[in-house]
Design a protein around this ligand. Structure first.
Ligand code: AMP
Ligand code: GLY
Length: 408
């Protein structure tokens, strides 16, 4: 089978790596650190299966356009992608589906938004309705900061049009879990869960990012938890989508929080998680291309099979991230990690300079991954490899999947 992966980050590199075990793979546009990258747009490529990585093209209807030209596509159309493209719509849909989630209000003017904040206890949670690269959420203990965020979102100062409608949620607390479900429109199968680290700093400090690291498996997850995820979240959501005439073929990514009142939905994404994919898909021992092709055809027949190995990824980011990153620095040390046992490095924000050297070209630059028999071994390998890579201003968290960060 020939598979075309669409996107240019570490998630797409990991997908290409794993799909490449059983299929021929091209990545468009990819980046200079991802083997098999081509500049040709997907509409001009021939392949047996197209896998769309990022949310922006999905929300813009790329999957619909490719399907309309007769291609087999894994990724929802623009109708289903609204689950991620509009948090207000997502909250309305999951309420109709009876999925447990935080109480919320949707606002496009300041006064009613402030009035809702006055009824809540901290932490205050404010989210852009539209896409904001994982950065559009403020969680704060300070009412003054929450009120300011409301003003900055609604005026367009913080996130442009994405924030002109916003969602305020009651603040929840508890360990978080990312579960990726592969859906064929009617049925879903779950991939092994992962936990990611959304804040920029150690100890979950500082602003939210697209994700600074992840690990899988997650010790708290039992088979019961997975049945709950299927029965109370993924199943009812797919049924509600179908009821609305939406044929959802792609990943439904459930971001869950395990609160004292039971699991609640924090967010849905309509694609593989980044960086969760980098620790989830390498654990699959079945033919991933086959599974995704079946989902794209509307009929999953195979079940994912999963190795017991533990995987940890640590993101090496550029100075300035999650604000404007500094770019163009030569990445040193990649040769030194190339042959290391149990290590994979996926290229995210990577470009090349005129002499062909790999340079930083985005906020999250590299995903440095380790795997082994235990989380501790996988983590050790990832951090050992990371220690050999450098560029000016490189930043990373030192506590990804450390004992203190694992939920008990
Ligand atoms: P989201 O992009 O919606 O996943 O939000 C990013 C992060 O903000 C989540 O991973 C949580 O850590 C936090 N968050 C989102 N919603 C809530 C909530 N209602 N209560 C507490 N924390 C939240
Ligand atoms: N890791 C969070 C996301 O993919 O949105």
């Amino acid at each position: 089978m020939k598979v075309c992966v669409i996107g240019s980050g570490g998630r797409e590199h990991a997908l290409a790596d794993v799909l490449g075990r059983d299929a021929e793979v091209v990545v468009t546009p990819g980046n200079p650190g991802i083997p098999g990258s081509v500049a040709t747009p997907p509409e001009e490529l021939e392949a047996d299966l197209f896998v769309v990585g990022p949310e922006v093209p999905l929300v813009d209807g790329l999957a619909d356009r490719l399907r309309a030209s007769g291609r087999r596509v894994f990724g929802p159309g623009a109708d289903g992608a609204r689950l991620e493209g509009s948090k207000a719509w997502m909250k309305e849909l999951v309420a109709a589906a009876g999925v447990p989630t935080a109480r919320h209000g949707t606002f496009d003017s300041v006064e009613p938004a402030h009035a809702m904040l006055d009824t809540l206890t901290p932490p205050f949670v404010i989210k852009t309705d539209g896409l904001a690269a994982g950065k559009g959420v403020v969680v704060t203990e300070s009412l003054a900061e929450a009120r300011n965020a409301v003003g900055d979102y609604l005026s367009g100062v913080s996130f442009g049009d994405a924030g002109r409608t916003l969602v305020i949620e009651e603040g929840l607390s508890g360990p978080e879990l990312s579960v990726l479900a592969v859906c064929d429109g009617e049925r879903a199968v779950l991939l092994p869960p992962a936990q990611d680290f959304k804040r920029i700093g150690d100890g979950d400090s500082g602003p939210n990012t697209g994700g600074m690291g992840a690990y899988s498996p997650v010790p708290i997850v039992t088979d019961d938890v997975l049945s709950t995820v299927m029965d109370r979240f993924v199943g009812p959501t797919l049924a509600e989508l179908r009821r609305r005439g939406i044929d959802y073929r792609g990943v439904l990514y459930a971001g869950l929080m395990f609160t004292a009142d039971g699991p609640k939905l924090i967010e849905y994404n309509v694609r593989f998680g980044d960086p969760e994919t980098q620790v989830v898909v390498p654990r699959l021992t079945n033919d991933l291309a086959q599974l995704l092709a079946e989902a794209a055809d509307g009929r999953i027949r195979s079940e994912p099979t999963v190795s017991d190995d533990a995987h940890v990824t640590v993101i090496a980011a550029a100075e300035g991230y999650p604000g404007a990153p500094r770019t163009g620095d030569v990445i040193a040390g990649l040769d030194a990690v190339a042959g290391l046992d149990g290590v994979a490095v996926y290229a995210a924000g990577v470009g090349s300079d005129p002499s062909g050297r790999l340079v930083t070209a985005g906020g999250r630059v590299l995903d440095v991954c380790g795997h082994g028999a235990t989380i501790a071994e996988a983590r050790q390998r990832a951090y050992d490899a990371l220690g050999r890579i450098s560029w000016p201003g490189m930043q990373f968290r030192t506590d990804i999947a450390g004992a203190a960060s694992l939920p008990s």
